[in-house]
Design a protein around this ligand. Structure first.
Ligand code: GAP
Length: 454
């Protein structure tokens, strides 16, 4: 696959996110908290839409996957069984001069990249955040913030099996926060210390695991394409044997072409029966499955697609970002797929004249029953169109003085800036069709193409 050479700069994405209220540095008035981020009014909508699209595809549209919302704090033995207490560590080195810390395996040379100083010998640094349960801060009350949501699904395997009567193959899915005390963070929300995951553990009969692994590779790649991400910006990358995590028989990453290069969006692993075997051993509980057909007891194998909400958010922002020159002026736009766009429609009265506002508010109140709709009457109509372009609103509905006469409004399309004029009575059904991807120039009865300049 050839690499695209013109990628959006990360600074442009960070700046747009800040300027328009997608993402802010955490605790900004105190100078920010390193590698933590706050999602603003638009960012929270974008992120929710991504999570909802995932939940719909992975849970609601399937018969074989159920949801879960397990606690962030778990019994400390969970992390002993999972291997995190012992093995979830990165090699840390520190500069003896400036005291900056790095991951040894991410450094090219053996001097500090910042000041050229000498580095300490690497020591293994566990990435789990430790805290205390209850009022006494002692070793016996240590608990950890989960570094992945997956373990909640493994330890609830029998609960889900018993209460849902699911038979293999079936999956358990959850979306939630995870925490890792990463040594190096960066690239905006790509690697942070508090982040969200969308994980699914798919339990299968041993021997069928390879087939299901291949099935989920394709499903997951297609999900990103369905979210509007360009296929050429996605790839599947197989892990080499030396890269494989301790639990994995095989693993592929879904990579996206981020501004800093190809990087992991999601990991899809064949975990074999490692997790259930470990939890059975540490808890002393049988986690075997009884197969009614073969009358056998066995531990299922697990296929795990594990995605990052924040990385998906960054990927759709980078993929959708576009700039063009219109009438000598720069137009910045986010070409979001309507499914993830924070607002699907903007309602814009041409002016703040009372009778226009009344008509526009009526349209607004009607449409917001169906979609996330924004009302904007500040500044010139041209400026308002640009604002909607920049936040990725696919359609703007303009109510003008003629609307008061003929009960028609204009729909303007973000991507092409084309406009059509249609009866208000046909607005809901027309927008519904447009949001589902129908050509803007398929007009409802009584509609007409509107000549416009953009
Ligand atoms: N249960 C398997 C697991 O957690 P992982 O590859 O360590 O696997 C899965 O993480 C996904 O979680 C990654 O592909 C990434 O999208 C997201 N992720 C992991 N660490 C992250 C971090 N520090 N910041 C943001 N996202 C992260």
């Amino acid at each position: 696959m050839t690499e695209k050479t013109t990628r959006v700069d990360m600074e442009k994405i960070v700046s747009l996110c800040r300027r328009r209220g997608f993402i802010f540095p955490s605790s900004e008035i105190y100078g920010g908290l390193s590698s933590c981020w706050d999602y603003g009014p638009l960012g929270v909508e974008l992120k929710r839409n991504i999570k909802e699209a995932w939940w719909r595809a992975v849970v609601q549209e399937r018969d074989d996957v159920v949801g879960l919302d397990s606690s962030i704090l778990m019994h400390p033995q969970v992390w002993a069984a999972s291997g995190h207490l012992e093995g979830f560590a990165d090699p840390l080195v520190e500069c003896k001069e400036c005291h900056l810390r790095y991951r040894r395996d991410e450094l090219e040379g053996d001097r500090c990249p910042s000041c050229g100083g000498e580095l300490t010998e690497p020591r293994m640094f566990n990435l789990m955040f430790k805290t205390f349960m209850g009022p006494v801060e002692e070793e016996a009350s240590v608990v950890y913030l989960r570094p992945e949501t997956a373990q909640g699904m493994f330890v609830n395997f029998q609960n889900v099996l018993n209460t849902t009567r699911k038979r293999l193959p079936f999956g358990i899915a959850q979306i939630g926060k995870s925490f890792r005390n990463e040594i190096t963070t960066g690239n905006f929300i790509f690697r942070s210390r508090e982040f969200e995951q969308m994980e699914m553990e798919y339990f299968v009969k041993p021997g069928t695991d390879e087939e299901w692994f291949n099935y989920w590779l394709e499903e997951r790649l297609n999900w990103y394409v369905g979210l509007g991400i360009k296929r050429e910006n996605l790839r599947l990358r197989e892990h080499s044997k030396s890269e494989l995590a301790h639990y994995a028989r095989a693993c592929y990453d879904v990579d996206f072409l981020f501004p800093m290069g190809w990087s992991e969006l999601e990991g899809i692993a064949n975990r074999g029966d490692f997790d259930l075997a470990q939890h059975a051993r540490y808890s002393g509980k049988s986690l075997e499955y009884f197969d009614d057909e073969t009358k056998e007891h066995y531990l299922p194998c697990i296929i795990e697609p594990s995605a990052g909400v924040d990385r998906s958010t960054l990927a759709v922002l980078c993929d959708a970002y576009d700039e063009e020159t219109v009438a000598g002026e720069l137009r910045v736009l986010l070409r979001f797929h309507p499914v993830i766009a924070p607002y699907k429609v903007a309602v814009l009265p041409l002016s703040r004249r009372e009778n226009l506002v009344k008509a526009a508010k009526e349209v607004y109140n009607d449409l917001r029953q169906c979609w996330a709709v924004i009302y904007d009457d500040a500044q010139s109509i041209g400026r308002r169109y640009r604002r909607q372009d920049e936040i990725g609103t696919p359609f703007s509905v303009t109510v003008d003085f003629q609307s008061l006469e003929d009960n028609q409004v204009t729909i303007r399309e973000r991507d092409t800036m084309n406009q059509i004029r249609i009866p208000i009575a046909a607005l809901r059904s027309t927008l519904q069709a447009k949001l589902a991807g129908e050509n803007l120039f398929v007009l409802p009865e009584g509609g007409q193409v509107w000549k416009e300049g953009g």
